[in-house]
Design a protein around this ligand. Structure first.
Ligand code: ADP
Ligand code: MG
Length: 376
């Protein structure tokens, strides 16, 4: 059977509509049975034994950072839910104004404008946190993850705009590579300052910012006292505590069965981030070869080996960065990296023509063995 990846499939949480409606129906029947007035719906708030107001499910979607953000949360009132979601989306816009490389006036672009000046410049708290984490992941991955790849990413974007795309020429790649390299991004931890050593350096946070944003949304919602949440930042997800009466949130990890048919793992998770990287949507095809938007900083061009990488862990920012890094790293190195990191696990597939080869870290095997496969 031909190996194929369903382009319409993306990792997504699977809402528990069936079980919820069943639960609601039983609850309603019980309420009517014990209520003296027909049609009166007994609610948890009316239970003298239970003073906590009933939590209702709410869902909000809003486009940000070039993707659709979705928040699912359980809250005690519509007004609380809306206020919390509004506040969360406002926070994402603030972060976008800081971290976007598309917005000319973003803090990121202001920082890039100082490249080569020899000066350390002050950086806001959120940006500094993302820069620090990025540098840590770069060091752990020998530069496979590298936010200074901005000049290469620009070449990739130019190539994508062309009607008949051609790979960047050697000269363009050589020039761009003069301004790439995470070791040329210096951070002054004590003074929260950064310096871009080489002229022309450009930072690109596309491989980490959405994860950071997902973590931030969770924090904003927590400030509203909302704990039972699922946030999906277009493939970068984070879950809070379980929905009422459930063990957790059902998250689908893209996978294929032994016949190469889509067969995602359904994991029930709480307090976990899940990030998936892959080139299912973003690639340029040249002479029948797919060049991903994930770039190997060693060559300056998009990776051609097709992988779908999922990383699970506590921080969505880290899961996001690691899933990008594992798309570039040699497979044994990627597996070893995640195996060394307690609380993190990874499942990924390498798609080579007709063949799909799965890989997983030890912790993922444990996680998977304790859960059910979607269609079994
Ligand atoms: P997605 O945006 O599909 O979730 P990723 O999280 O993997 O995908 O991020 C890919 C983005 O990261 C690219 O579009 C680019 O902006 C940036 N990027 C590309 N290659 C690298 C790399 N080697 N290291 C860090 N960031 C990268
Ligand atoms: Mg990423």
């Amino acid at each position: 059977m031909k190996a194929s990846v369903n382009p319409n499939y993306s990792p997504a949480y699977v809402a528990c509509h069936v079980s919820r409606s069943l639960f609601c129906a039983i609850f309603l029947m019980l309420a009517i049975m014990i209520s003296p007035v027909a049609g009166f719906v007994f609610s948890a708030a009316d239970d003298p034994e239970n003073h906590a107001p009933a939590l209702e499910r709410h869902q909000f979607t809003s486009p940000h950072m070039g993707t659709l953000f979705r928040i699912v949360l359980y809250a005690s009132s519509d007004s609380l839910a809306s206020a919390a979601a509004d506040s969360a989306f406002r926070r994402i816009e603030e972060l976008n104004d800081i971290m976007s490389d598309y917005i000319p006036d973003s803090e990121l672009n202001h920082l890039a404008a100082t490249a080569g000046s020899g000066n350390f410049v002050p950086v806001s708290g959120p940006l500094f946190e993302v820069l620090q984490t990025s540098q840590m992941v770069s060091a752990q991955t020998g530069g496979a993850f590298d936010i200074t790849s901005g000049p290469f990413v620009r070449l990739w974007r130019e190539m994508r705009r062309d009607e008949e795309p051609q790979l960047p020429g050697k000269k363009a790649l050589r020039e761009a590579s003069q301004s790439v390299g995470y070791k040329h991004l210096k951070l002054d931890e004590s003074r929260q300052k950064a310096m871009l050593e080489k002229p022309g350096m450009k930072l690109d946070l596309g491989g980490i910012a959405k994860g950071y944003a997902a973590d931030e949304i969770r924090q904003v919602l927590l400030h509203f006292g909302i704990e039972s949440v699922l946030i999906d930042a277009g493939g970068d997800m984070v879950t809070g505590s379980a929905p009422p009466g459930r063990d957790g949130w059902n998250i689908a990890v893209p996978a294929h069965d032994e016949h190469d048919e889509p067969d995602p793992f359904l994991l029930t998770l709480t307090h976990a981030a899940v990030s998936t990287s892959g080139d299912l949507y973003q690639f340029v095809e040249i002479d029948g070869k797919r060049y991903s938007h994930i770039i190997d900083p060693k060559t300056g061009i998009g990776i051609t080996e097709q992988r779908t990488v999922t990383v699970i862990g506590e921080s969505a920012m880290l899961a996001d960065a690691y899933s990008t890094a594992l798309s570039v790293l040699p497979i044994p190195d990627g597996l070893a990296l995640i195996d060394r990191k307690t609380g993190y696990s990874s499942y990924f597939e390498v798609i080579d023509g007709e063949t799909i080869t799965p890989y997983e870290t030890e912790e993922f095997t444990e996680l998977r063995e304790n859960q059910n496969r979607s269609d079994r």
